[in-house]
Design a protein around this ligand. Structure first.
Ligand code: AMP
Length: 421
């Protein structure tokens, strides 16, 4: 029979990698909790309109990459291509703003985008991210960026990443700037790629993202967004920079950093890593002051970031910072069928005391079970052989120092309670 394989661009997370995933996830939970953020989990699919109205119809994500289908009742549904829109929907739907004027949320989940698969780019991938609703002040940027910084620090990647920041101004500043870009590029239309020509009409800011040499040289003389900041935009960005400096978080200002989505305002930022090749963005985010209102809520400011978990793990792996799976404390060997019930009983008691215990299920030989114990890196072995069963004892062996002794079965818990190493 023909073997069925996973879909292109999707990946199984195999047991050999799960320790890395657990470690990354527990770092995320730990750091977010330290900052007072609470986890939110939203459904994997949503009404397609949610992404039209938030991410923007002209973005690559919405125009090309969504997995969308018609439900039996005719509603258009979409596998979520990002999570900010879903979190904002949930925030509005459950009136979270009325519970507290400041809502600090984080998420971990899988996303779906029909992109061309390559290193660091999948069709189903995982992101973690945070969203902070309620504050329009620059200290909120400082807090959000600090969370990203702490997670990167805790997984050991601080030296491997760079923080880039920019301000794309408030929406008024941006529309004047977009017009200025249109005026600047119009006489050079033929020098622009087909993609950029389209972007010039719909979203000229995205031309700044280009990697095309000719466009890059044109860009050198193009108007800069900083020339269009209002005083408030300028002061806000200055404060963000000052706060970051005060927290000793180094950054680079990248005036061409705009981020692909429509909803950003003012501060945008990215942590990048050279180890990722052309898909070098590890984590990206920004302020989105108009988004809650755009999706039918009150005019509540917001800011957040999203980070690709596969990309984090890729950089962790490339720098040999992987986490080791936890070894068992005890490998419990039994070589006589008659002893299995006793083994299961004692192993269960020891597990309630917190020990990690592995035992064989294949009725292998004593030698083979010992081999397994060593392979798994167990600290101790317990052996239930014929003699032990007869005498109601268990043989204990410390694999680190070779010490051995016989223990009465009824004293086993007490023995482990008093064990020094
Ligand atoms: P975005 O939502 O596009 O701003 O992306 C945020 C982060 O998600 C990026 O910095 C990447 O780390 C990750 N990411 C985005 N798209 C993909 C993808 N197709 N495959 C894997 N990771 C991705």
């Amino acid at each position: 029979m023909k073997q069925i394989r996973s879909i292109k661009g999707t990946h199984d997370i195999l047991p050999k990698d799960s320790a890395n995933w657990h470690q990354l996830e527990s770092t995320i939970h730990d750091v977010c909790t330290k900052f007072g953020y609470k986890e939110i989990r939203t459904p994997i699919f949503e009404d397609t309109n949610l992404f039209f109205r938030s991410v923007g119809e002209d973005t690559d994500i919405v125009s090309k990459e969504m997995y969308t289908w018609k439900d039996k009742n005719g509603t258009s549904l979409t596998l979520r291509p990002e999570l900010t829109a879903s979190v904002v929907r949930s925030y509005i739907q459950h009136n979270l703003g009325s519970q507290s004027p400041l809502q600090r949320l984080y998420y971990i989940g899988s996303l779906f985008r029909r992109e061309r698969p390559q290193k660091g780019r999948q069709r189903q991938f995982h992101q973690f991210g945070i969203e902070a609703f309620g504050s329009k002040y620059p200290e909120q940027e400082a807090e959000v960026i600090a969370i990203a910084w702490h997670i990167i620090l805790q997984v050991g990647l601080l030296k491997k990443t760079k923080l880039q920041i920019n301000s794309i101004g408030s929406s008024e500043c941006r529309s004047t700037y977009q017009q200025a870009l249109k005026d600047f590029f119009s006489p050079h239309l033929t020098k622009l790629s087909e993609v950029s020509q389209k972007r010039l009409i719909k979203n000229p800011l995205r031309i700044l993202d280009t990697k095309n040499e000719e466009e890059l040289s044109l860009l050198k003389n193009a108007p800069k967004i900083s020339e269009y900041y209002s005083k408030e935009d300028k002061d806000h960005f200055e404060e963000v920079k000052r706060f970051l400096k005060n927290m000793d978080i180094p950054f680079i200002i990248n005036p061409t950093l705009v981020r692909g989505l429509d909803y950003y305002t003012k501060t945008v930022f990215e942590f990048t890593s050279e180890d990722l090749g052309s898909q070098n963005a590890l984590l990206g985010g920004g302020r989105y002051d108009g988004l809650v209102e755009n999706l039918g809520g009150k005019p509540i400011p917001g800011i957040g970031f999203a980070a690709g978990m596969e990309r984090f793990l890729l950089v962790i792996k490339e720098n040999k910072l992987e986490f080791k799976p936890q070894s068992p404390d005890i490998y419990f060997i039994c070589i006589d069928k008659a002893g299995i019930a006793t083994l299961l009983n004692i192993a269960n008691k020891l597990r309630t005391k917190g020990y990690i215990i592995i035992s064989d299920m294949l009725r292998k030989s004593m030698k083979a079970q010992f081999k397994d114990a060593n392979k798994l890196g167990a600290r101790y072995v317990l052996i239930l052989g014929e003699d032990e069963l007869k005498n109601r004892t268990i043989r204990f062996k410390n694999l680190t120092n070779g010490n051995q002794e016989n223990i009465k079965q009824e004293n086993i818990i007490e023995f482990f309670n008093n064990l020094k190493n």
